[in-house]
Design a binder for this molecule. Structure first.
Ligand code: NAI
Ligand code: OAA
Length: 258
């Protein structure tokens, strides 16, 4: 069987690292990295593309990939907070959309609870170094405070989908939780700038009829891009490997958890 053909949408911190590992350690064929404005591959060239670009890139470029029959593993899950786009992407019957767990865990169990019935409460609190949370829409004074470290501060506390959109490079995990919980109307997210947060910390809580999930994940920030956890490239590799195994491509031996 031919090798799995993998492309990368976005060639920054996460996909740069991922591509390097795939090239060195996996039996997959790297077909290229696609940046802003590059023409995208069709199903004759790529089997799967890993998106680690931006929420805008998901909106603007992923429909074209799916329509061309290419599967897409998405990291910028916050784009799916838009209900219209979410339906468009998840309902694709040509290329399939795969949401990556990214920086957090426990989504498997959240989904198991949700399969048994609607959830009663879903929340995530994310703590990061203040400078990693600076956004262009913030007033200059707040941006300067965050850059300087400042005191602990709650920067957002609201519906998970809205928070994911307000922090498009920092709170995709909030949308990933709302997606897994199928709870866009009740899932909440709080973003805290924490000068003491040497590690990025995500605390997840979900309550359903059959039980409760409490997960705390503490991640080392990427040295080059502290707003992204360093483990995310490896979460994407895990997703790619599980995809390859399930689809029958040559892949390293190991378990698949769905
Ligand atoms: N689900 C999760 O847990 C996480 C998701 N992410 C998502 O992954 C994204 C990438 O993270 P990093 O690699 O750390 O950021 P980065 O800023 O290092 O890399 C992003 C790359 O995408 C490129 N890009 C921007 N717009 C593009 C477009 N329209 N088409 C193609 N390429 C485009 C940029 O030029 C840059 O090279 C974040 O913006 C975020 O949306 C990041 C961390 C965790
Ligand atoms: O990497 C993280 O810890 C989370 C993150 O940036 C995101 O969800 O966009």
């Amino acid at each position: 069987m031919a090798d799995l053909r993998v492309g990368f949408l976005g060639g920054g911190n996460i996909n740069g690292r991922l591509r390097q590992v795939v090239e060195r350690q996996r039996p997959y064929e790297v077909i290229g990295t696609f940046g802003r404005g590059d023409s995208l591959p069709g199903s004759g060239e790529a089997d799967v593309v890993v998106e680690a670009a931006t929420q805008d890139a998901v909106r603007e470029r992923v429909p074209e990939l799916l329509d061309a029959g290419v599967d897409v593993i998405v990291l910028s899950v916050g784009a799916l907070a838009d209900a219209g786009l979410r339906a468009r992407l998840l309902e694709s019957r040509r290329g399939r959309l795969i949401a990556c767990t990214g920086a957090i865990g426990g989504l498997d169990q959240v989904r198991a609870l949700r399969a048994a019935g609607p959830l009663q409460a879903v929340s995530i609190e994310s703590r990061k170094q203040p400078a990693a949370l600076v956004q262009s829409w913030m007033p200059a004074e707040l941006r300067e405070d965050l850059e300087a470290g400042g005191a602990e501060m709650v920067l957002a506390d609201g519906l998970a989908g809205e928070v994911a959109q307000r922090f498009p490079s920092s709170a995709n995990v909030a949308a990933a939780l709302a997606l897994a919980a199928d709870a866009w109307n009740i899932a909440t997210a709080r973003v805290v700038a924490d000068p003491a947060a040497v590690r990025t910390r995500h605390e997840i809580h979900a309550v359903g009829e059959l039980g409760e999930v409490r997960i705390v994940v503490e991640n080392a920030p990427s040295p080059e891009r502290p707003r992204s956890s360093a483990v995310v490239a490896w979460a994407a590799l895990r997703a790619l490997d599980d995809y390859a195994r399930l689809r029958g491509w040559g892949a390293p031996q190991g378990p698949v958890f769905l």
